[in-house]
Each structure stands twice: as structure tokens, then as C-alpha cells.
Design a binder for this molecule. Sequence first.
Ligand code: ADP
Length: 462
Amino acid sequence: MEKLKILFASSEVVPFAKTGGLADVAGSLPIALAEAGVDARVIMPKYASVKVKEDEAVIGKDTKVYFVRNDEYYDRKELYGDKFGDYHDNLDRFVFFSREILERCKREGFQPDIIHCNDWQAALAPVYLNTNYKYDDFFSNTKTLLTIHNMAYQGLFPKEEYPKIGLDWILFSIDYFEFYDKVNLMKAGLVYSDAISTVSPTYAKEILTKEFGCGLEGVLKTRENVLSGILNGLDYDLWNPATDKKIFKQYSVENIEDKYANKEALQKQLGLKVDRDIPMIGLISRLADQKGLDLIAKIIDDLLNLKIQFVLLGTGDNRYHMLFEKMANIHQKNTSINLKFDATLAQKIYAASDLFLIPSRYEPCGLGQMISFKYGTVPVVRQTGGLKDSVAEFDPRTGNGNGFVFEDYRPDALFSAIKRALSLYKNKASWAGLVKKVMGLDYSWNVSAKEYIKLYNKMLKR
Ligand code: ADP
């Protein structure tokens, strides 16, 4: 059988540009697909962070990445906006990107079986394919999959900007682009894609409800027969404490003592008391409402009165910056608050921490828990979306489970999950057992890449 041909369209891709988990997925799933025998290629905008001269590059062994070049639109430091808010020309920028997804295929002579689009930034590609390019023979056998990485970001624009998309006003209707008198790119993408997926089985069910559907649950309901959920995987070539050059000392399940060398070195670097017995609690996150930071704010005084150290790395909404700055001033002794994006520090925190907090209000998949597992760091998470699909409460009697979970979105529920974890931490042997266990779990793309291939084949009925 001929190789499956997939074009993976994403507005961010590791190692070229990243603001969140989408970049991790886009920089690793195509490589895993290629390893499984797929001709997978990637396309993304060429931002200032792309330090490559040419308009293409290779990731993994031989996975091609096409860069869409338009310096006026993309040669900027940030991806979607700056401290003043979203860029005013985001619609122009991602209309251009979506058109180029199709045009570039033609120029490269690459006829994909499936264009795998991700999030609102690429959601127009399926729309164009089924409108302007409907009778274009080049794409007569091409299907589209739209993967939702976060339902809350839909690409909303004022109605007045609709002409920029270049389609007839007839499509500005409730069945296509119109969403409460605004233009909604994700909505049109969901209507026009051949299939829709999201990044965990639980989130696939959640987004059909009012609570998680962000207003598009009705549209999704009409497409439920083509909606599925596949849990993200991790690229263990990038996320592996045994080979990670960014951490202070490499370690593996055979020598977890060396994990504690990382803890001491990070304590020193961050100006915290150097003591490997003090539990270190890490949190690395976009500082957005989704991430449950208001729960942290409510328990923080009680938490920091315990004998722990709290290390935070994050950037985002200003009000959280202010909140955490204030907290850092009050609790200087046992906190390290780092309000920035810093991939190297992130790796050091994953390696050094004992516990990792993800108290999200909702979480489509979440990568922090999977990275934590690999680094022997035990996650404390709220049971939602992909967190529910990957973390289960540890039971010291049976040894079942791999972390600490809470269900109700309440500060006391989070606090009690942390206390259960800290109580186990006191028992060195039990804790070491759990650390070893989570390090051995497999959240690589091994399983999930196969699921995608199954889905692609199902779409092509082959
Ligand atoms: P989301 O995509 O909603 O931001 P995910 O859990 O899917 O959340 O992915 C977040 C990714 O971004 C992880 O790889 C995490 O380590 C990384 N990350 C988040 N904030 C920072 C930061 N301030 N510095 C470095 N890495 C970060």
C-alpha cells in the first residue's frame, strides 16, 4: 500500500515556536507518524523565533517542516499578541496561513491524503478546501481533520472583518461563520472538516456539554458521529531525565538518588534553603483562568505555612502576575516565583520537584502530568479532561494509581489532595516506590500515533 500522506498544519511547532502544548504535539506527533511509516509533513508560519534561513527545515529523522513566509505578518517576537493584547491583524495573518496551507501543497507537488489542521489558526483550510478549492483536481482525494486543542480559543473577530476571509456573505450565517454576530473561525472549521478530534477521550465527551463546549456544543452535537478523542503523547527524546542536557544531573529509574541532586542544585539556583528532605511543589503553566490558579490563591497561605517549597514558572494574565508577585513578597523564604517563559528552567523544575500541581478548571489533555511522570515527579491534579484519562489516585494499600486527584473545583479539595501526597512523602520507602512506578509509565506517542493512523485510515476508508 502507498504511504499515507499527511500535512500537519499548526500555528506553533517545537522547536521553532511555542506558547503551549499545541507546539509540543506538532513537534512530536508528525515524527512519531513518520516512524510508523507515514509521509508526514508539517506547515507553520515563519515567526521571528524561527532561526532558519530557508523556508523549510527537518525535524526528527526526515520530517519536513514548511515555513510560511510573510514578514509583515509573522516576523514578530510573539505569536498571537503582545502586552497590549491580540495583534490587530490576526485575521489577516491566519487567513494567509490557511490559504498557504493549500497553495504550498500545490507548489511542493504534495497531494496529502489528509490535511490535519489544528485549532482556529488553521481552521480555515477545511473551509477553503470545500469552497474556493472545491473543484480543484489537485485536492480531489484530500480530506481534512480538525483537532481541537482548546475549545475556549475559537478565533473570534468582528463581523466587519468578515470580507478579509474572501468568501461570500452567504456563509456569514448561523450555520457557518456567524456566532453571536461575530466571525468564528473554529465554528466554520468544525462544520467543514471531514472529521474532528480532540486531545483526550474525556474532553471529547465534555465539549458536547454546555459547561465545556464554550457555545459550540450545539455545532459539535451535529457532528458527534465524526468526533473522537485521542490522548496526546510525549516525545521521550526531548523529555527524558536520563538524556536531558538542561537539567543539573541526568538520572533514571535505576538511580533516582540523582533526582535529589537536581533538587539541591535548583534550590541553590533559586535561593531556597538547600535541603533534599523538604518537599518541593512545582507548578508550570500559562497563567490563565483555565488553570485553576484561583484555587492556589485561596490555599497558598495555609500551604506555605507547611514545611514545603513552592516553585512557580508561568506567564500570562496580568492579574495573576500581580497575585504571585504579592505572594512572593509575603513568603520569600519558601517560594520561588518566576513570571516568564523559560524552557530550560521548566526542565529543571520538572526534574527537581517532588509534586507537580495541575488544579485546572478544565484541561483538554495536559502535558505537565505526563512530563512529571517521566521525571519521577508526582502530579496532583483535578479530575477533568485528559487529566482524568491519565492520573488516578494512588492507593498506598494496593499500590494502584499514579498521583493524587480531586474532583470538586474547591480549594479545600485541592488542599486535601496535596496533604495526602505530603503524608505519603513522609514515608520514604513508599514515596520512592511511587516515584519509580510513575517513571516507568509509557506516555510516549507509541500508542497515540497508532490511534491517529487508525483514524486517518477510517476517514479514507482504507
Ligand atoms: P496548555 O497548552 O494549555 O498551555 P499543556 O499542559 O498542554 O497546556 O502544555 C503546556 C506546555 O507548556 C508544557 O510543555 C509546559 O511545560 C510548557 N510551559 C507552560 N508555561 C511555561 C513557561 N512559563 N515556561 C516554560 N514552559 C512552559
